[in-house]
Ligand binder design. Structure first.
Ligand SMILES: *Cc1c(COP(=O)(O)O)cnc(C)c1O
Length: 385
């Protein structure tokens, strides 16, 4: 079936096109001034000191693990309810992912379960701002400090979110924060990612890491009139192009509108589910304080039973509604079962929720009547059960 309404989708306008053309006509297609400008603008937007742009969110996670010096013998605590890339980045560096369960209401990391999984080998926690809600940073920051752990935020869902009680945006709450600019995320560069930090020592490391582990990049070499370079550690080619960053610069200008539109559409879903539908529950999202901003990457609902969820998934897909399930708990993937001896029952809440959740379409190109269409189809779907 052709999908008419995907769960997520980029929003590109004339300004984006003009910005990309401008990059194409400039001198630098990669490692040029648009990259730096994009880094500065995202950093300014979220109030952090530095941004390091790379080729994807996954590359950004890998670079953050490298900056945090994760290696063999190190354990990193990570929620099981996330995209596999969050845990994979730990493995890229030779570390061991330790899967943690989530809270049944909002699917954010369960703080007590994190505490119970801290050992002498734990070096870092990666929190995930699931679906765009900021995780509980008041508690996470305290927990990391008390146990001398590096706090890393996989904020691939949460660019644009804000934590009222701390007066800070996502991107300025942990030691290293990761954003993705994949087309379904808040803003896009096609593929792309960025690591935010306030700590300069991480910045140089990650700039090197994205460029083969070489200490000086091409443009700076040209400025210095020198052919000298030194590869000081094993890095990768994780560079992002100026073409992509030109798109990112244009997109970040519109982020507040994107987040507002997502919230308005989510309000409409909330309203319809509250008054007209009794067989489904929206996520009970963590927005405890008045000023909190939820970036609303995903609109997730829970059904009472797996059977109903599965029926609804197929019914809506047949009608061209691109519903999806986020996520199959990472510890249930074959790779982790085989290599890390994970098994079911390890994170019972994640597993139980996985059977009941469904992600409904939510992106800034939608209108209120699209939300109504989805909900009306769900009403029809329940009658065909
Ligand atoms: C999208 C996403 C990633 C990976 O980002 P890419 O840019 O696709 O590599 C990692 N973690 C989470 C939670 C994501 O949603």
């Amino acid at each position: 079936m052709k999908i008419k309404l995907p769960y997520g989708c980029q929003n590109i306008d004339e300004d984006d096109v003009k910005s990309v053309i401008c990059a194409l006509e400039s001198k630098w297609l990669t490692t040029g001034p648009f990259v730096e400008q994009f880094e500065k603008e995202v950093a300014k937007y979220c109030g952090s000191k530095f941004g390091v742009a790379v080729s994807s969110g996954t590359a950004a996670l890998h670079a953050a693990m490298y900056a945090a010096d994760i290696g063999p013998g190190d354990e990193v605590i990570v929620p099981s309810m996330t995209f596999a890339a969050t845990a994979n980045a730990i493995v890229y560096c030779g570390g061991k992912p330790v899967f943690c369960d989530v809270d049944t209401h909002n699917l954010l990391m369960d703080i007590d379960d994190i505490e119970s999984k801290i050992t002498g080998r734990t070096k870092a926690i990666i929190s995930v701002d699931y679906a765009g809600q900021p995780a509980d940073y008041l508690q996470l920051i305290g927990l990391a400090e008390d146990n001398n752990l590096i706090l890393i935020d996989d904020a691939c869902h949460a660019l644009g979110a804000y934590v009222g009680i701390l007066g800070r945006s996502i991107g300025n709450l942990s030691d290293l924060t990761i954003f993705s600019f994949h087309p379904v995320k808040t803003i896009t560069t096609g593929e792309g990612g960025m690591i935010m930090t306030n700590d300069e020592k991480y910045v140089e490391k990650m700039r090197m890491f994205r460029n083969h582990g070489i200490s000086v990049d091409a443009r700076r070499r040209e400025e210095k009139d020198s052919w000298q370079y030194d590869m000081v550690d094993l890095g990768y080619n994780y560079r992002i192009t100026d073409i992509q960053c030109a798109l990112g610069i244009s997109q970040i200008n519109k982020i507040d509108n994107f987040v507002q539109k997502r919230n308005d559409l989510a309000d409409r879903y909330d309203y319809l589910f509250k008054y007209y539908i009794n067989f489904v529950e929206p996520l009970d999202r963590l927005t405890g304080y008045e000023e909190d901003i939820d970036a609303y990457h995903l609109y997730v609902v829970k059904f009472k039973e797996e059977k109903i969820r599965n029926h609804m998934f197929h019914f809506l897909r047949k009608k061209g509604i691109g519903v999806n399930v986020h996520y199959k708990p990472v510890h249930l993937h074959s790779y982790y079962k085989e290599k890390y001896n994970t098994c079911s029952e390890m994170c019972p809440v994640s597993e139980a929720c996985y059977r009941k959740i469904l992600t409904l379409p939510l992106h800034p190109g939608m209108e209120e009547n699209d939300v109504d269409t989805v909900v009306n189809l769900m009403k029809k779907g329940i009658r065909t059960l």
